[in-house]
Write a protein that binds this ligand. Structure first.
Ligand code: NAP
Length: 286
């Protein structure tokens, strides 16, 4: 069965819109900082703006020159931290190499850190404290599983990829002693030996690798659930490009009990969870 992330994300957005309609004329504000002109970042920002416009969240974009220094960027963040009209601050990653991303994340007021990247929010996720913000992609995956009635309690979840924005926080969320969690989680990475054996032991396999069609049919147990986080542009023979995930969808779909497509799986859920986090921040101020 193909999990329709687009549809589930739409439902979440509609619920947020209805709640925000009731609070009019008050409106949340998401302030986004983009440094430079990374084409993928520009696409993501366009998608986030469209989603905010749709539900009634004010979206302010601060598009800064790629040569901006760290001090000037920190000053901008400090300004937004102190602006009472701003509920959420998002600094679009990646940043130019000369800027220390960790310092930038650390400078964001954790109460406005709607990406859930600040160490305070990461720590809260780890100890299961719901007062913080969960990182949007892992939260989106948890909701996808829940809405698809896939109970992972006691199941073996294998996450391939240990990034700070996907693999690690997802492991923290799914291992919590909470409903729709309680999974036995394994996190694999590029140093993991016998990867096929690990992935084949998964009841739920999450691919967050960044390599097109890396997870092939022989790596997947029949009847398992496969969640594809990857977003990759694959060159086609006619020199056009196609968006593909980290899973070889066409072959794996025949043996998986549930599978997310790319596009239309995890991606829309990430954006829906950003809306959710901005709403969560806003509602604490009204
Ligand atoms: P990342 O920071 O590049 O991390 C990739 C992870 O994959 C690393 O932990 C790496 O291991 C592991 N890896 C690489 N090659 C491997 C191999 N041969 N065997 C096992 N593990 C391997 O990537 P990310 O930011 O987590 O993103 C992963 C993918 O998800 C990308 O395609 C990205 O575009 C996509 N993404 C999608 C969304 C969404 O909303 N759908 C959100 C975020 C990211 P090491 O740690 O050992 O290097």
């Amino acid at each position: 069965m193909i999990i329709n992330g687009k549809e589930i994300a739409k439902e979440i957005a509609l619920k947020i819109k209805a709640k925000l309609d009731n609070l009019k004329p008050k409106k949340p504000n998401l302030s986004v900082i983009l440094v430079g002109n990374n084409s993928a970042s520009l696409t993501y920002i366009r998608m986030k703006k469209k989603a905010c416009d749709h539900v009634g969240i004010d979206f302010d974009l601060y598009h800064l020159d790629e040569n901006i220094d760290e001090k000037a960027l920190l000053k901008k963040i400090s300004y937004l931290n102190n602006d009472p009209k701003v509920n959420g601050i998002l600094v679009q990653m990646p940043l130019p190499k000369k800027i220390n991303e960790n310092e930038i994340i650390l400078s964001i007021n954790p109460k406005k850190d709607v990406d859930g990247f600040h160490p305070l929010n990461v720590g809260k996720a780890l100890i299961g404290d719901d007062s913080g913000f969960l990182s949007c992609t892992p939260l989106g995956i948890k909701i996808l599983l829940e809405k698809s009635n896939i109970d992972i309690q006691g199941k073996h979840v294998v996450i391939v990829g240990r990034s700070n924005i996907v693999g690690k926080p997802l492991a923290a969320i799914l291992m919590q002693k909470k409903p729709f969690c309680n999974a036995t989680v394994t996190v694999a990475h590029s140093y993991s030996r016998d990867l096929i054996q690990i992935t084949r032991s998964a009841d739920v396999l999450v691919a967050a690798i960044g390599k097109p069609k890396f997870i092939t049919k022989d790596m997947v147990k029949t009847g398992s659930v496969v969640i594809d986080v990857g977003i990759n542009l694959e060159k086609q023979s006619d020199s056009t490009t196609k968006l593909v995930g980290d899973v070889d969808f066409e072959n794996v779909k025949d043996i998986a009990s549930y599978i997310t497509p790319v596009p239309g799986g995890v991606g829309p859920m990430t954006i829906a969870c950003l809306l959710h986090n901005v709403y969560k921040s806003f509602i604490q101020t009204v």
